[in-house]
Design a protein around this ligand. Structure first.
Ligand SMILES: C[S@@+](CC[C@H](N)C(=O)[O-])C[C@H]1O[C@@H](n2cnc3c(N)ncnc32)[C@H](O)[C@@H]1O
Length: 246
């Protein structure tokens, strides 16, 4: 059965993706929000299952989560309810977000902007710019072309456990600077397994184009670093951007 992005992955996302490294990284991102946001009100865009959104909320921020995938939001809502954390999750496309009031920060964490086609990156920054108050901060990361091509691209991952088995195949297309990901899930249902196929595409962004798009949409770029704020190496897998609305 063929499914849209994150329809099946949402159920297993936390288990498959997260580890102590993600926790350490998001603790660092939290210090950046604390140190840069002009107010406590913000939006975690591409919030997924809400791991970072909950971290922001627990740190005292008045934050809501926005994501295009209802399945991811449903998982986020279920966890928030269980952990008794009140967060509004809104289904929306980051290319055209509309808020009732302007906010002091926007975070887009863990590849959210890699799902945006390069032709739409300016439109997306425009939508963020419209939501932010003056001096509001935008913090986002991008997986690099090196990662999409050399680490993810033309590779296969998988796991085999009782409850779930999966095969993750990715193919990088150099001309289009994109990686197509196909995940086959084999979910245990009684004595048999049901197979679901999910497809995703991530895009590598040209850094000069990102800088130009930020500038053209009212942002001043404060820094581009590796994901922990350090120097960028030739084989960097993830870059971290901090930009401020002028
Ligand atoms: C890799 S997940 C990251 C989720 C979360 N930020 C985290 O750190 O776990 C990327 C998320 O971006 C969302 N996304 C992709 N395209 C989007 C769009 N156009 N608008 C809003 N969210 C989008 C996906 O649904 C997915 O939940």
């Amino acid at each position: 059965m063929s499914m849209p992005p994150y329809e099946v992955l949402s159920k297993y996302y936390q288990k498959l993706i997260f580890d102590g490294e993600y926790d350490r990284w998001t603790e660092y991102l939290l210090t950046l929000v604390k140190g840069n946001a002009p107010s406590f009100v913000g939006v975690d865009v591409g919030c997924g299952t809400g791991i970072f959104t909950r971290k922001l909320k627990r740190a005292g921020f008045d934050v809501c989560g926005v994501d295009i995938s209802q399945s991811m939001l449903t998982v986020a809502e279920t966890i928030s309810r269980k952990e008794r954390i009140k967060i509004d999750y809104i289904k929306g496309d980051m290319r055209s977000i509309a808020l009732f009031k302007k906010v002091g920060f926007i975070t887009v964490v863990n590849d959210g902007l890699n799902y945006i086609e390069p032709k739409d990156i300016g439109k997306t920054f425009k939508s963020f710019s419209k939501c932010l108050q003056s001096k509001g901060v935008l913090i986002f990361d991008l997986s690099t072309e090196y990662k999409l091509d050399k680490i993810l691209g033309n590779n296969m991952y998988g796991d085999d456990s009782d409850e779930l088995s999966y095969i993750w195949l990715s193919e990088y297309f150099k001309d289009e600077k994109k990686v197509d990901i196909s995940i086959s899930f084999f979910e245990k249902q009684g004595e048999t397994y049901k197979r679901y196929n999910e497809y995703q595409t991530q895009y590598a962004h040209d850094i000069t184009a990102v800088k130009t798009a930020l500038e053209e949409n009212g942002f001043e770029l404060k820094s581009i670093t590796n994901r922990f704020g350090g120097e960028i190496s030739q084989t960097e897998e993830r870059l971290l951007f901090i930009a401020v609305k002028k």
